[in-house]
Write a protein that binds this ligand. Structure first.
Ligand code: SAM
Length: 280
């Protein structure tokens, strides 16, 4: 039976609040899973199982799948659509209400794992940051997200898409946009296009002396985009203009540069120079 028929048969009502836009094209789902690079060695965490379409594709490729789903109305549907898979565990729970460390302890044996998910739009950024910043076990995240957010995560310096979230992710991971998905591929059709991104964790990419200060430095750099970085440093850290200019000179940056022109590498250098001068 087709997924749409199963949903109808169960009188399932889509809940917009939960960001329910399902993918039903099996070929596309298999392609997404293939692009995620998961193998029969991998334990995969899925966030938002929906009707289990992507879950099924992941089950066929992975060793074991743990799929979270918040909407209890989907429980009986998932029992049908995933009945043929014996390597899948469905967890009916709100993933945002659990600590990553608790999820890893309970479901992935505290071992490395991958995330593959078509995530609900309303929690895109907090969900990504929850795993990127909060886990030292997740190896990669292959996520279907709103196209605009995907472009922000993959952006390079000196573009309008480049911002604090770009730096926060790219400083610990290699990010690539792997496929754009037209909105008509989803059911029901949302009012935005989507894209599949791959976030491959690379935690030792940079040496950050003070992680908290790095976050503050990044927020400072993007605080007022029309102002120069010197202005933002003066405002955020309460230092003299000359001190701010000397700090930029220390890392070979001109005094009129804007924060959005700093590559991730330069942002790390800036934060490390601030730390060395005990400017926090
Ligand atoms: N994976 C399915 C697919 O590709 O067709 C469904 C994707 S749909 C975009 C997102 C799913 O996440 C919905 O089924 C929704 O109910 C679920 N969801 C929303 N918020 C959640 C949360 N906080 N924890 C777990 N699941 C959530």
């Amino acid at each position: 039976m087709q997924i749409k028929d199963i949903l109808k048969q169960h009188n399932f009502r889509f809940n917009k609040q939960f960001g329910q836009n399902f993918l039903t094209d099996e070929q596309l789902l298999d392609e997404i899973v293939q692009l995620s690079g998961i193998t029969k060695e991998d334990v995969v965490l899925e966030i938002g199982a929906g009707a289990g379409t992507l879950t099924g594709s992941i089950c066929r490729a992975a060793k074991r799948v743990v799929a979270f789903e918040i909407d209890r109305n989907l429980q009986s549907i998932l029992a049908i659509t995933l009945a043929n898979y014996n390597n899948c565990e469905v967890v009916m729970a709100d993933v945002m209400k659990q600590e990553v460390s608790a999820i890893e302890k309970q479901y992935t044996d505290n071992k490395p794992y991958k995330v593959v998910a078509n995530i609900p739009y309303y929690i895109t950024t907090p969900l990504i940051m929850k795993f990127v910043e909060g886990s030292d076990k997740v190896a990669s995240l292959t996520l279907t997200i709103q196209k605009e957010v995907a472009q922000r995560l993959c952006a390079k310096e000196n573009t309008k898409d480049y911002g604090a979230i770009t730096v926060a992710v790219q400083v610990v991971a290699d990010v690539s946009l792997i496929k754009v998905l037209d909105r008509t591929l989803f059911y029901p059709v949302p009012n935005v296009d989507s894209a599949v991104i791959n976030i491959k964790m690379n935690r030792n990419k940079h040496n950050i002396d003070d992680i908290k200060l790095f976050g503050k430095t990044t927020r400072c750099a993007f605080a007022m985009r029309r102002k120069t970085l010197v202005n933002n440093l003066v405002n955020t850290f309460g230092i003299d203009r000359v001190v701010a200019e000397n700090i930029l000179a220390d890392i070979d940056l001109p005094s009129n540069i804007r924060g959005e022109s700093l590559s991730v590498e330069k942002m790390v250098e800036l934060s490390n120079v601030l730390a060395s001068k005990n400017i926090r």
